[in-house]
Structure formats: structure tokens, C-alpha cells
Design a protein around this ligand. Structure first.
Ligand code: SF4
Ligand code: SF4
Length: 480
């Protein structure tokens, strides 16, 4: 086939070249500088509070059992006084919805304070960084150590750091599993080297996840793995609290000596020391404006305040503020007045309704649950003594901490006789604390005493201790 002169020219003019486009961006390790200040103090308060709760609560006892235990094997959730069954899933769902809505509300008002102060990823990164700085030294020393060639001193520090990290991570994994398996038994199994394979797997799994996320991945988790970081912008508006750099005051930035008077027209308050970048756990420069990587930890605000103090300038070049407050130069009072805006009021109203609904339903919740099912394996039949019998299976779940006794009565049909299989004397059914029990119930009527068909009946189960009654509807079948 003949080619046109033009195509020959273009083939010659463009040499074929292999172009590699890499989708992976190599990350530079971040060495956050240690910082002390108002927000850092609050961050450590939150680290202590969350960790005291996490490591302490599984050891708290309530009567003869663990106070907070999600016992998956026994299908029971113990929340202090409350005992929840899988049938109570509605309460757990409500708690999850309330938690999610609270996060929405909190984010609309205060931005990413959850990320900066209480998120486990931030908290564990903070702890791991603290261990790292205690063993390897501050930012500059750590950087030098990493750049230096291998030596006995370097090896010793690295082994020391990783050993403490691993021990801490394993204890974290153990504690986490202790929320699902009674922690005292788990501890006894651990000390006797007799922990079950699944418990061992989950301890190692969560331990490894803590070690990897807080020791190595750190800000990568917030930037690339956390879904909350992605959808939070939908909850932000111009009145949401964020860490901001006051550009009007700070620019034009420039270095200067401490005691040199500057012409405020030539230089702003930012002395371009870059300390705000050095302390940032996600390695960003807040002076470039709000970025999705910012977790709102306030470390840059703390360090900038110390710089402003040293320079004798007013604090707050980097501070928590809102976009509207910065743009319109609002006072703190004006900024706070915007908290009660429609979005916040709607979230608050829904949240209040849900919380009230949950509390009321927990308040009126009967301390036992009952399920009655017609035994489909047994057809209605005529017994030897001329009675027509229907068989039911009844499950009673005792959601209290004491053995309870229940009395059964059935209404809806005249002359109905009740026979209970495997029940105690006087047709009383005893159920142990936080346990459930199945009982077979035979209902009998004299044959021919009612018309053929389906007849509605009502089971009434009364707790003899609590005097509470639960009713369950069912049907009694009479064959033609
Ligand atoms: S810490 Fe403050 S003064 Fe220093 S570079 Fe950052 S914003 Fe400027
Ligand atoms: S920019 Fe400031 S508030 Fe945001 S993550 Fe970095 S140090 Fe924390």
C-alpha cells in the first residue's frame, strides 16, 4: 500500500519513545519537631483520657462479670448494667447512628478536632512519636541518625525503639481483644501460654495494625486511607472552625532579627522561620491555606505563638478561626455567634430526638424478652385422652443479672390447658442471669369444643420477681 509523503514525514519526525507514568508517589519521611503549648497540652490530655478509658475499662468489673464486654461467642453485649441480646440490635444501631450524627455536628462546628485530638490514629502516632523522640532524640538528631551509616549505636537505638513499639502495640492488640473476650481469662491464658488460636490471631492482627499505622504509615493513613478525611468537606462551611493563617497580617513574610523594627508596609508578621511546617505531623505548610491533609491538631498555632512571643508580636498569626471570621475580620464574639446556624440546629434537633428516643426506650425496656413460634415439625393432633393439641416453642431471654422465674398463661380460647415440657414445678420457668432458655409448650382443648380454622391466642409471660408482663400473639389451629 502506498503511503502519502506526509505520513512518511511524521513517522520520521516522531521517534518512538517509551514513557513510564508512575502512579505511586514516593513519600518523604516526616520528622515532626516536638512542641509545647496550649493546644499540645490539650492533645496530651485527650491522649491520657482516651488511653485510660481504653486500657482501663476492660478491667472494670460489674458484679461477677466484666462491665463492658461484647461477648460474641455468647451473643451478649454487656454495657455496665445493660445486657443486650442480638434482638436488641436496634439499640446498638441507634448508638451507631447517634455517634455518626454527633461526629457530623462536631465537624460542622469544630472542623477536624476529632482527627487532631481523639482519633486513635492521631493518638497512637503521638504516643509512638513520643517513644521515638525519647529513644532517638528530637527531629534533627533523628534525621541525622537515619542518614548515618549503620553502627552499633544506631542499631541499638533502632532495636530499642522497635522493641518498645512492638511491646506497646501487642498490649494494645491484647486490650482490644479484651473487649470481646473476658480480659481476665484472656490474661490468665496469656500467662499460661494457652491462648486460643483465634484470640492469638486477633491480638497479633491488631498489634501489627497499631505498629504499622502508628510507627510507619502515620499521616499516610489520614491522607489516603481514612474515608472521614474525604467526605468531611461536605460537612464544612465558612463558619466551621479550622486552623488558619492570617495572610493579611503575615504577608509579605520575611526573615529579620528579633530586635529590629520592621516597616509593617514592607514586612508582615511572618518571619518565615518554617517552624509551623517542621511541627506539622502531616508535613504541610498552613500558610498555603486550608488543605485536606490538615488534621486540625493546632501544633502550628502553638509553635507560631512561641515565635510571636519571642518577636514581641501579638499572638494568633496561626489560630483556630473560621473562613468568615478571617475574611470579614470578625471578633471572637461575632465568630461564636455563628455557631447556632441552621445546619447546626438541624443536626442538634435530630440528635436530641434520637438520644431522647434511645433513653426512653431503654427506660421502658422490659428486663426479659420472649419469642413464641408454632412448632412446625409437629402437626396439630388428637391425643390419647381425646384432646386437640398444638405445640409451640417459647424462648425466654433474661436480661437481668439475677435468676428470674416466669409464669405463663394463655388466653383467647375457652378451656385451654397448658402443658410445659422441661419446666419447674407449678409450671414456673426459671432462667439464669443473662441467659436464654427454650421451653416446649403444649396447648390442648377438648376435641370438637371449637370450630375448625385458625384461632388467635395470646401468650402472657409474667416475671415473678419484676412483676413485668410480656405478651406474644400466636394462633391455634383446629383441623377440619
Ligand atoms: S511559625 Fe509563624 S512565623 Fe514561623 S513561618 Fe510559620 S507562620 Fe511564619
Ligand atoms: S497544618 Fe497545623 S493544624 Fe494542620 S495538621 Fe499541620 S500542624 Fe496540625
Amino acid at each position: 500500500m502506498n503511503q502519502s509523503p506526509a505520513s512518511k514525514v511524521s513517522e520520521k519526525a516522531i521517534p518512538l519513545k517509551e514513557v513510564v507514568i508512575t502512579l505511586y508517589e514516593a513519600q518523604e519521611k516526616i520528622y515532626p519537631r516536638s512542641i509545647f503549648g496550649y493546644f499540645t497540652k490539650w492533645r496530651w490530655v485527650m491522649v491520657w483520657l482516651t488511653q485510660l478509658f481504653f486500657y482501663g475499662v476492660p478491667w472494670v468489673e460489674w458484679g461477677q462479670r466484666q462491665a463492658l464486654l461484647f461477648d460474641l461467642d455468647a451473643k451478649r453485649f454487656y454495657v455496665f448494667k445493660l445486657v443486650l441480646y442480638p434482638q436488641d440490635l436496634i439499640y446498638l444501631t441507634a448508638i451507631l447512628i447517634i455517634s455518626a450524627l454527633s461526629l457530623f455536628l462536631f465537624t460542622a462546628i469544630a472542623g477536624r478536632l476529632w482527627c487532631g485530638y481523639t482519633c486513635p490514629q492521631t493518638v497512637y502516632t503521638e504516643i509512638f512519636l513520643w517513644i521515638e523522640s525519647k529513644i532517638e532524640g528530637d527531629r534533627a538528631t533523628r534525621q541525622k541518625l537515619d542518614e548515618s551509616s549503620i553502627s552499633a549505636k544506631k542499631l541499638l537505638k533502632k532495636i530499642g525503639k522497635h522493641s518498645v513499639w512492638i511491646a506497646f502495640a501487642l498490649w494494645t492488640g491484647f486490650t482490644f481483644v479484651g473487649f470481646f473476650t473476658p480480659i481476665r481469662e484472656l490474661f490468665s491464658d496469656l500467662t499460661h501460654f494457652s491462648m486460643g488460636p483465634w484470640d492469638t490471631f486477633w491480638v497479633l492482627f491488631y498489634g501489627f495494625a497499631t505498629y504499622g499505622n502508628a510507627g510507619f504509615l502515620r499521616e499516610q493513613v489520614c491522607k489516603y486511607m481514612c474515608p472521614y478525611a474525604r467526605f468531611q468537606s461536605a460537612m464544612f462551611d465558612d463558619d466551621t472552625l479550622v486552623v488558619t493563617y492570617d495572610e493579611a497580617r503575615g504577608e509579605p513574610r520575611g526573615r529579620r532579627s528579633r530586635n529590629v523594627e520592621v516597616d509593617t508596609k514592607e514586612l508582615g508578621s511572618c518571619i518565615d522561620c518554617s517552624l509551623c511546617v517542621q511541627v506539622c505531623p502531616t508535613g504541610i505548610d498552613i500558610r498555603k491555606g486550608l488543605q485536606y491533609e490538615c488534621i486540625g491538631c493546632g501544633a502550628c498555632a502553638d509553635v507560631c505563638d512561641t515565635v510571636m512571643d519571642k518577636m514581641g508580636y501579638e499572638r494568633g498569626l496561626v489560630k483556630y478561626s473560621t473562613q468568615n471570621a478571617v475574611n470579614n475580620n470578625w471578633s471572637r464574639q461575632q465568630m461564636l455567634q455563628r455557631i447556632l446556624r441552621p445546619r447546626v440546629l438541624i443536626y442538634t434537633a435530630i440528635l436530641s430526638l434520637l438520644v431522647i428516643g434511645l433513653l426512653v426506650s431503654l427506660w421502658v425496656r422490659t428486663p426479659f424478652r420472649v419469642n413464641v413460634v408454632r412448632d412446625r415439625g409437629v402437626m396439630e393432633r388428637i391425643t390419647n385422652n381425646g384432646m386437640l393439641e398444638n405445640v409451640y416453642r417459647m424462648q425466654i431471654m433474661n436480661a437481668t443479672e439475677n435468676t428470674q422465674h416466669y409464669q405463663l398463661s394463655v388466653s383467647g380460647i375457652k378451656n385451654l390447658q397448658i402443658e410445659l415440657e422441661h419446666a419447674e414445678a407449678n409450671k414456673i420457668i426459671a432462667v439464669k442471669p443473662a441467659e436464654s432458655r427454650w421451653v416446649v409448650v403444649d396447648l390442648e382443648i377438648p376435641e370438637g369444643s371449637i370450630e375448625p380454622g385458625s384461632h388467635k391466642i395470646l401468650f402472657k409471660i409474667k416475671s415473678l420477681e419484676d412483676k413485668e408482663t410480656v405478651t406474644e400473639k400466636s394462633i391455634f389451629l383446629v383441623p377440619r
